[in-house]
Write a protein that binds this ligand. Structure first.
Ligand SMILES: *Cc1c(COP(=O)(O)O)cnc(C)c1O
Length: 410
């Protein structure tokens, strides 16, 4: 069981056996080098000491090590937010003229980043549903630099076959990047063939709305053949020459973090580590509650969307590939905006907010908030109906949540 394995790992990795047990918060922006020779060594990489907090912070460094091990990556870079993580990974690898293939999802911020922002810099994105594998394969061109995938569709709750997409990415020598904000406690993208994994640690990892943050985990560059050694990724080659297996870390730091500054801060990383310690316990409880609540609400006539239900198109995939659940979300279609507002306003337990993965149960009407600026066809593609509410289940007693929802419907 992954929850058991990580319960031991996280508390042991966050706490120290000697001296301060709780992680030491180093929030200094800069670090004295002592002498000029050391300064030179720090800048050329031969001396492993902190350079300046935009390029890396020691407290964030501890978090990065834990996250890299959690995913089986060679390293990680912590960022100021989940969007900062996606921005860092894409901006460090892509240039004008390149193409992204986006599969599944999609979190509203990522959708606007791809469709409205990266497009202004000449990077184009095409969007596909998780089951359009043949179309995805056919859409890959010489300019395709990245296939992007969300491990659970937020908020459409559709589940991708990550392994199948990884096989396509490998066959064409294209990088597969997965937004795995639901964490490897649910599904482990690098083990399934992904190259890069991005997180919003703001969500279930920290788990209590105390810290905005993100991270990118990179796999190692392999000896012998590796897709990053092909012409498609020629910009990475100088880093491979210099840093070998760690090249993607150097590439991300020098080509995005240094110049765009989406860096994590020490205090935020400290709070994120405190969250990590209890992540397996929270996740275990919440995924059990999500299933219980989904079934109970469906029995009560709610239009619930969650793959644990046999009515969901990816129910079989949920059972075979997502045996540890798929995070904290479920959605309910209340039929109309008025019914959705009334339900949310009458609930005594739901906190109405744009966050997910919290200790508390959260809820939000989708069309009037995150997806308000999108046109009808985009909303349809993303599964945003007029009455759609996204619910993120929290740690409360599931029976009380069910009763509260029934009462709130009126
Ligand atoms: C919230 C979220 C993000 C963005 O993260 P921030 O920390 O809010 O910047 C990206 N992807 C997913 C799946 C998210 O839920």
């Amino acid at each position: 069981m992954r929850f058991e394995e990580f319960s031991t790992k996280f508390v042991q990795q966050v706490g120290k056996k000697e001296g301060s047990v709780s992680p030491v918060i180093i929030n200094s922006a800069s670090f004295g080098y002592g002498d000029s020779e050391t300064g030179e060594g720090i800048f050329d990489g031969s001396v492993k000491k902190p350079l300046y907090s935009r390029m890396g912070n020691p407290t964030s460094g501890q978090l990065e090590q834990i996250l890299a091990q959690m995913d089986g990556g060679i390293g990680a870079v912590a960022t100021s937010s989940g969007m900062g993580a996606t921005a860092m990974a894409t901006l460090s690898l892509l240039k004008s003229g390149d193409e992204i293939i986006s599969v599944g999802g999609l979190f509203g911020g990522t959708y606007s980043y791809f469709s409205e922002t990266l497009s202004r810099f000449g990077i184009t994105t095409r969007f596909f549903d998780v089951d359009e594998l043949d179309t995805i394969q056919a859409a890959i061109t010489d300019k395709t630099k990245m296939i992007f995938l969300e491990s659970v569709g937020n908020p459409n709750m559709r589940l991708p076959d990550i392994k199948a997409v990884a096989v396509i990415a490998d066959a064409h020598g294209v990088v597969l990047m997965v937004d795995n904000t639901i964490t490897p406690l649910s599904i482990a993208p690098i083990a399934l063939g992904a190259d890069i994994v991005v997180y919003s640690t703001t969500k279930i990892i920290t788990g209590n709305a105390s810290s905005l943050g993100g991270a990118v985990v990179f796999r190692e560059i392999r000896e012998g053949e590796d897709k990053f050694k092909t012409d498609r990724y020629s910009e990475v080659h100088p880093f491979i020459k210099k840093m070998g297996s760690m090249a993607l870390i150097g590439n991300a730091k020098k080509r995005a973090l240094r110049d765009f500054g989406m860096s994590a801060n020490g205090f935020g990383s400290y709070l994120t580590m405190l969250g990590l310690e209890t992540l397996p316990l929270r996740m275990d409880r919440i995924v059990t509650s999500v299933e219980k609540i989904s079934h109970a609400l469906q029995d009560q006539g709610f239009a619930v969307n969650h793959p644990c239900l046999s009515s969901h198109p990816h129910h079989e995939r949920y059972l075979s590939q997502f045996s540890q659940g798929c995070g904290t979300l479920l959605t309910i279609d209340m039929g109309s905006k008025a019914a959705a507002f009334s339900f949310l306003n009458r609930s005594k337990l739901i906190t109405i907010t744009a966050n997910i993965g919290d200790s508390r149960t959260l809820g939000l009407h989708m069309a009037s908030t995150i997806y308000r600026d999108f046109d009808d066809s985009t909303r349809e593609f993303l599964g945003i109906t007029a009455g759609l509410i996204r619910i993120s289940i929290g740690l409360e007693n599931p029976e009380q949540i069910i009763n509260d929802f029934i009462a709130a419907r009126g």
